[in-house]
Design a protein around this ligand. Structure first.
Ligand code: C5P
Length: 285
């Protein structure tokens, strides 16, 4: 008999509303100025209880992208669970189910948002009681985007993306469309293809100015690796959104619209022209 869900956490899709790459660092990362935000949709992580073996972490996956990820020790959910288990000293384990709706290696921080959901969920389920500051220390060890995913809302990110300043988002609730041409793009390869030119900081300190006047400096290098990204951007731009831009290191592109009606019309047209592309109609959280 299938086991019941005891507790769940949403793992919302991360979107970089702007991403300015500033410098290559000696540690293999890049210094960025970015504006993180989230969609109101994404993956979902649930805990069904213990596995039966003391301290064991077991992950099963379902959903449209479940087959594209390993459920083993390199999965970021498993890594997050093991890290929290080790640091907190708990002997409890967990049987986890990940509903994988977000494409893998797509610029939406899928692995990072799943890892952040694992930290939040297991902190609660195991009654570890860590405050957000302690969870953030673990998040930083798991990846550059994990602290932003743990925090959740709109935030300015600097350093390798892990130094965060939450800001008000005037565009909260805006209808958003995500489009991915179905090609996984490696974050490391896109950063490595960046030309090393610092094109300057974010243009202001309000979300709406940054969204309207910002850039994604990784779009050029990502398009060189995956030319279909240019087609995705063009397919969004013809629908006259408030903005359309690539997220993270791609290939997913987002567009914000003034109405649900124009967003849904854009989605219909894009699906009609590219039935094999992935799309998600959502709102800015
Ligand atoms: O931190 P994370 O594991 O998500 O990063 C994956 C890869 O992306 C890094 O190994 C690095 O090549 C690149 N990266 C970077 N600068 C950043 C974030 C990621 O060069 N700020």
């Amino acid at each position: 008999m299938p086991r019941a869900v005891i507790d769940s956490e949403p793992a919302f899709a991360k979107v970089n509303l702007a991403l300015h790459v500033r410098a290559r660092r000696d540690d293999g990362f890049h210094d960025l100025d970015t504006l993180f935000a989230f969609a109101d949709d994404g993956d979902q992580l649930s805990v069904l209880g213990e596995t039966g073996a003391r301290g064991e972490i077991r992950l099963t996956m379902r959903g449209p992208f479940a087959n594209e990820l390993s459920d083993g020790p390199d999965n970021l959910v498993v890594r997050a669970a093991l890290l929290l288990q080790e640091r907190s000293g708990t002997s409890q384990g967990a049987l986890l189910v990940l509903d994988k709706k977000l494409p893998v290696a797509s610029g939406l921080g899928g692995g990072s948002t799943d890892a952040a959901a694992a930290l939040r969920l297991l902190n609660r389920y195991w009654k570890v009681g860590y405050p957000i500051e302690s969870l953030t220390v673990l998040a930083r060890e798991l990846g550059s985007d994990v602290p932003a995913c743990l925090l959740g809302g709109t935030a300015l990110g600097s350093g390798r993306g892990d130094i965060l300043n939450p800001i008000h988002n005037e565009l909260k609730g805006a209808p958003m469309l995500l489009v991915n041409p179905g090609i996984a793009v490696s974050t490391g390869s896109v950063f490595a293809a960046w030309d090393g030119v610092d094109r300057g900081p974010l243009p202001g300190d309000t979300a709406s100015i940054i969204v309207k006047q910002g850039r994604n400096d990784l779009a050029g290098p990502a398009i060189a690796i995956c030319p279909l990204i240019a087609d995705s951007l063009a397919s969004l731009a013809v629908h006259r959104p408030i903005v359309s831009r690539m997220s993270g290191s791609g290939a997913t592109c987002f567009a914000l619209f003034t109405s649900k009606f124009t967003r849904d019309a854009a989605r219909e047209a894009i699906i009609g022209a590219h039935p094999d592309w992935w799309t998600m109609a959502c709102r800015l959280l």
